[in-house]
Design a protein around this ligand. Structure first.
Ligand SMILES: [Zn+2]
Length: 317
């Protein structure tokens, strides 16, 4: 069995929301460069995903939402051919270009392929270095730089197609994964565990009291030591009690001290520590199986160092 699979695709670099947008293609370039320079890429099995199938998208999203994105893309391409603009705006922070729909299909496809490969025993774990990210994408709408909810789709795929009885989604992005919550709340086959800065984007945090959600709001300027204590006293006991057969990570790195998108104080060593804790739980309950998908992280230097720390830990190098 190989250790760590790494999913990436050239089309994920072509999705672009316009000049100066923080969720930019350079995020992936910074990650790739860092993994090359540090030699971590040598320890990874690099794979290209296929686009997600409609039937898998529909495990987490309405047919209307999927059709609307496809339709907007067709209209955009027609407008561009007639000399129109290269972007269509969906909300104040989220827009599409001609490649967005395909990149979103590949991003979701990577999470699904990683799930299949890890459950087949081909790899112990996997990291999906894809964009657009997913955790703000709700059942019936795109928002917050997200179009399809990659992790939620893969989690539903794991329970529906592979028959797993319990999977966990762990979200350490600085923002609340409101889309993931929207899709998985009330589905006892999926446990969502997160922390997020509060009050903050979007919508002031969790809005559900479903029993399969363990959301931990933390105030601005919370540091890594406090997060670690919360992980040990709140997350880990619940995860061990639930005993997931597979763990997904919504791996956002915008809680880093140097990331101006949020005001939390994590550093690379905190991501190493959290990743190790998650892997410990996975080894106790889930045969070590972890599928991690890139979410946020907008300071390119901090993002690339943090992803390196996270992936190096997953690959055990
Ligand atoms: Zn975020």
């Amino acid at each position: 069995m190989g250790h760590t699979a790494y999913y990436a695709h050239p089309t994920c670099f072509k999705h672009d929301m316009g000049p100066g947008h923080p969720e930019c293609p350079q995020r992936l370039s910074a990650i790739e460069d860092r993994l090359l320079i540090t030699g971590v890429d040598m320890a990874l099995q690099r794979l290209e995903p296929a686009p997600a199938a409609l039937a898998d998208l529909e495990l987490a999203h309405t047919r209307m939402h999927i059709a609307a994105l496809r339709g907007l893309t067709d209209v955009l391409k027609e407008d561009m051919a007639a000399g129109g603009p290269e972007h269509a705006q969906l909300d104040p922070d989220t827009s599409i270009n001609e490649f967005t729909f395909q990149a979103a299909l590949l991003s979701a496809g990577a999470a699904i392929a990683a799930t299949d490969a890890v459950l087949a025993g081909e790899y112990e774990n996997a990291f999906c270095a894809t964009r657009p990210p997913g955790h703000h994408a709700c059942r019936d709408k795109a928002m917050g730089f997200c179009f399809f909810n990659n992790v939620a789709i893969a989690a539903k795929h794991a329970v529906e197609r592979h028959g797993l009885k319990r999977v966990a989604i762990i979200d350490f992005d600085v923002h609340h994964g409101n889309g993931t919550e929207d899709i998985v709340a009330g589905d006892e086959r999926i446990l969502m565990v997160s922390f997020y800065q509060h009050p903050f984007y979007p919508e002031g945090g969790s809005t559900s009291d479903a029993s399969n959600l363990l959301n931990v709001p933390v105030p601005a300027y919370t540091k890594g030591m406090d997060i670690r204590e919360m992980v040990d006293t709140v997350w880990v006991p619940r995860l061990l009690e639930y005993a997931p057969e597979l763990i997904f990570i919504s791996a956002g790195f915008d809680a880093h001290r140097e990331d101006d998108m949020g005001q939390l104080g994590l550093v690379e060593q905190d991501y190493v520590w959290i990743t190790r804790r998650i892997m410990d739980v996975a080894r106790q309950c889930a045969k070590g199986r972890v599928v991690s998908c890139l979410e946020g992280g907008y300071n390119l230097s901090a993002l690339s160092r943090s992803v390196e720390a996270h992936v190096r830990t997953l690959a055990d190098v």
